[in-house]
Design a binder for this molecule. Structure first.
Ligand SMILES: Nc1ncnc2c1ncn2[C@@H]1O[C@H](COP(=O)(O)OP(=O)(O)OP(=O)(O)O)[C@@H](O)[C@H]1O
Ligand SMILES: [Mg+2]
Length: 330
């Protein structure tokens, strides 16, 4: 299932509860696809950044070559927030009268820690990475952060797109600069003061309206693109990684429902770290417990394809260990 998804889709997301093996499975899958001849980009959206640990080398926000046909990068949420705010600040400085400069700077300082800012910035980077990655690679594999965070992220393109549509609609309906600017300021958190203090000539006003429209259209296009890819089961697949234990199973069932609610279909489940049944009593007893949890999983999500990966004795670090682990993928 994992290998056929990696062979047939353009974007794969690996998600799941903390510590279940998302990074390991994402990396092994990316490596297997690259070994099979696809050009692959492996992307980590996890603030903990453990791609670098697994490869025993630093990996940053720019793609680095890990193996033939395999590149990787780590999206840094902090750096994304800074880049996002710089972009917004630049746009605001162009759009707003010069005397608003101090106000804009103050607003940007506050925005840095505003609720949702990290997610919006991260999503902007993901959208840009998908846009560019689809041009340069055959497959993009995302190693995502633990479930709750990712579920919310997957719902965001819809929300941001709705917000942008609303803005454009209001602007187009009113056709009036004052209304547009007032709404722009309000939704960006600047408040009504912008309108009161904005003094401008009509021609300048029209240019600004055009710019606002351009920015909104570009945003709409980018998020609509991401949303379209996420919802297209032919191009993208979301795979949940879990271990055969009570909490990961419960979380997986919830996570699948949340993703489905956001229009993202789960393509399959990877049950990682399965205990062997023939390596002593202790592990055999564990395996028996795992069977109970897997029965509950199958009852809750009967239609999802599922593969199992065995518990490894050694560390899965470095390319040889990863290749060895990847041979177990199906
Ligand atoms: N099948 C396995 N057998 C043995 N160890 C494994 C297996 N899969 C993963 N591990 C080990 O478990 C640890 C956690 O794995 P990994 O970092 O891939 O999980 P994760 O879901 O990405 O964690 P996080 O939520 O912290 O990002 C690592 O030390 C990894 O080497
Ligand atoms: Mg990880």
């Amino acid at each position: 299932m994992l290998l056929s998804l990696a062979a047939s889709r353009r974007v794969l997301f690996l998600g799941g509860k903390g510590g279940v093996g998302k990074t390991t499975v994402a990396t092994a899958t990316a490596l297997a696809a690259a070994d099979a001849g696809r050009r692959v980009l492996l992307v980590s959206t996890d603030p903990a950044h453990n791609l670098g640990h697994i490869w025993n080398r630093p990996i940053g926000p720019r793609a680095v070559r890990l193996a033939a046909d395999l590149d990787a990068l780590e999206i840094d949420p902090e750096a994304s927030v800074r880049a996002h705010l710089d972009e917004v600040e630049g746009a605001l400085r162009q759009l707003m009268p010069r005397e608003m400069g101090g106000e804009i700077a103050r607003h940007m300082r506050l925005s840095q820690d505003a609720p949702g800012m990290h997610e919006a910035a991260l999503l902007e980077r993901i959208a840009a990475t998908v846009e560019q990655g689809l041009r340069d690679y055959d497959l993009i594999v995302f190693d995502t952060a633990p479930s709750g965070h990712t579920a919310r992220l997957m719902a965001l393109p819809e929300l941001i797109q709705a917000w942008t549509e609303g803005m454009l609609h209001r602007q187009e309906r009113s056709g009036r600069f004052d209304t547009a600017l007032a709404n722009f300021g309000r939704d960006e958190g600047l408040g009504d003061r912008i309108v009161g203090s904005a003094e401008r000539a009509p021609a300048e006003g029209e240019r600004r309206v055009e710019r606002i429209r351009d920015i909104l259209h570009r945003r709409r296009h980018r998020f609509a693109g991401l949303r379209e890819v996420l919802r297209d089961a032919q191009r993208a697949a979301f795979v949940i990684v879990l271990t055969a234990e009570r909490l990961p199973v419960l979380e997986t069932v919830e996570f699948e429902a949340q993703l489905r609610g956001s229009g993202v279909q789960v393509g399959g489940l990877v049950v990682n770290r399965r205990s062997p049944g023939d390596a002593g009593e202790f592990l055999a007893a564990r395996r028996a417990r795992e069977e109970d949890h897997l029965a509950a999983l199958a009852a809750a999500l009967p239609d999802l394809p599922r593969i199992e990966l065995p518990l490894q004795a050694g560390e899965i670090v470095g390319i040889d260990a990863l290749r060895g682990f990847a041979t177990q993928l199906a």
